[in-house]
Design a protein around this ligand. Structure first.
Ligand SMILES: [Zn+2]
Length: 457
């Protein structure tokens, strides 16, 4: 089945694809606000009907929250699970929008045409790139190049409460060879990226207790142990002078970057000075022998996110407090075991407490990192297909934050995910005046057509 005819069809059909996206964007499917529940259902219905129009066996599926949309199409070829989400973020503050967020428009900007609306990028515009690629393929060849399961969520922007149970209950139906997730961005302006590593997260709150009540530092200062001093000493010991985390066993399961990926990262031309300069900094503060990009994507971290104790109001008070506390988080990579690190961290802290100080811990979540095994040939096929479409060759990249759905696909469905998206840093997702570049939408559709062809090959 030839690809060229499909690409031509995509180019010719672009005005109609835009009309469909505009219709979709007019539905205010804000998932977090119960007032919009009917609109979320309407968006799910619209999507299911659109999929049926391309020959998918598709329907909304009820959950305790907003519906999922599932659709099956294609008779032969690799089995692909495609994920996107039809819900959007709230639009407040509305007065910062230059237009009604649910009255989409094509606008001319100095950098080209953009689609302006809530959800234009995140994630309606992005998910429609894949739907449109399937539509063009079906129109040209009468069939699809793969056996495709469409899977659209309506609660991504409100914590995905129904996702895990739904995946567990529908494991068989969702079974596939590979998952494709379209909810991420390009690297810079014109280089496509496949996210293959997502950091996990461990959150801990520590409370150190010293004296049984707050004391006067004139009366007790000296003999009485100050819990802020004990806490500060333990926190200061979490990193050594080379920026490494000192929690015993912390680096167990941290993999080294394969040389092919390391080279791709060097070729990205990432400018650490500019990256830090934008936030008023100049010198990378992580592990001394690592690049800034490694620090964000492929190395674990420990950060103190908050610290309190004693008197912090206006003026001054010579208090020697009873308690001091801190919130501490760890970004995890590779096969690091969050629970083992929690235990090791707690033991280290306990061991550092001086006489008369006790420490208590409360946990704020623990999730593994997701590391895709790019040995699966599908990854390199997709990378080459993307490189054919965009000005710069595609790269396997990391993501410093977390995208939980990829982890759930791996743990529950046993699937590797390719996270491929066409958003840009200035798309203002979650903010007023969200946009999606028309060029991203167009090339995004063409990219998926190329990737499907490559996967089927
Ligand atoms: Zn999203």
């Amino acid at each position: 089945m030839t690809l060229d005819a499909v690409l031509t069809r995509i180019d010719d059909d672009l005005p109609l694809a835009l009309d469909r996206l505009m219709t979709f964007l007019r539905i205010p499917s804000i998932s977090t606000d119960p007032a919009y529940a009917a609109e979320c259902a309407r968006a799910a219905d619209w999507l299911a009907e659109d999929l049926r129009g391309i020959g998918f066996d598709a329907a909304p599926r009820t959950t305790p929250g907003h519906p999922m949309v599932m659709g099956k199409g294609g008779e032969s070829g690799p089995r692909v699970l495609f994920y996107g989400h039809y819900d959007v973020q709230p639009v407040d503050p509305l007065d910062l929008w230059d237009r009604d967020p649910f009255d989409p428009a094509i606008e001319d900007t100095p950098k080209g045409k953009v689609i302006r609306a809530r959800g234009a990028c995140d994630d309606k515009g992005q998910l429609m790139t894949f739907v449109e690629a399937c539509r063009a393929w079906k129109a040209v060849h009468g069939t699809l190049p793969a056996r495709i399961t469409m899977f659209f969520e309506g609660e991504e922007e409100s914590g995905s409460p129904s996702l895990v149970p739904f995946l567990q209950e529908n494991r068989t139906e969702l079974d596939a060879d590979i998952a494709l997730i379209c909810d991420t961005g390009l690297f810079g302006e014109d280089r496509p990226a496949i996210v293959t590593m997502l950091r996990g997260l461990l959150g801990e709150e520590v409370t150190v207790t010293g004296p049984s009540k707050d004391l006067h530092s004139g009366m007790f200062g000296g003999p009485a142990m100050n819990p802020i001093r004990a806490l500060a000493r333990a926190i200061a010991a979490l990193h050594d002078d080379s920026g490494r985390v000192t929690v015993p066993g912390f680096y167990d399961g941290v993999p080294e970057l394969p040389e092919t990926v390391a080279q791709q990262w060097r070729d990205l031309g990432f400018d650490a000075g500019q990256f830090l300069g934008e936030v008023g900094l100049s010198t990378p503060a992580g592990e001394a022998d690592r690049t800034a990009l490694e620090m964000i994507w492929s190395r674990p971290t420990c950060e103190v996110n908050g610290i309190q104790g004693g008197y912090t109001g206006a003026g001054f008070k010579t208090v020697l407090p009873s308690q001091a506390s801190a919130k501490i988080s760890f970004r995890l990579v590779g096969d690091q075991d969050p629970l083992a690190i929690r235990e090791s961290f707690r033991a280290m802290f306990r061991g550092m407490m001086p006489p008369d100080c006790s420490v208590e811990f409360s946990d704020h979540g623990a999730s593994h990192a997701s590391q895709m095994s790019i040995d699966d040939p599908a990854f390199e096929k997709a990378r080459l297909a993307l490189s054919d479409e965009w000005p710069k060759p595609a790269a396997f990249v990391g993501c410093g934050g977390s995208i939980p759905v990829a982890g759930h696909f791996k743990e529950i469905l046993g699937l590797e995910s390719m996270l491929i998206g066409f958003g840009k840093d200035d798309d203002a997702i979650h903010s007023p005046n969200e946009k999606y570049d028309l060029d991203s939408f167009h090339r995004g559709i063409r990219s998926w057509a190329r990737i499907l062809a490559a996967l089927a090959d």
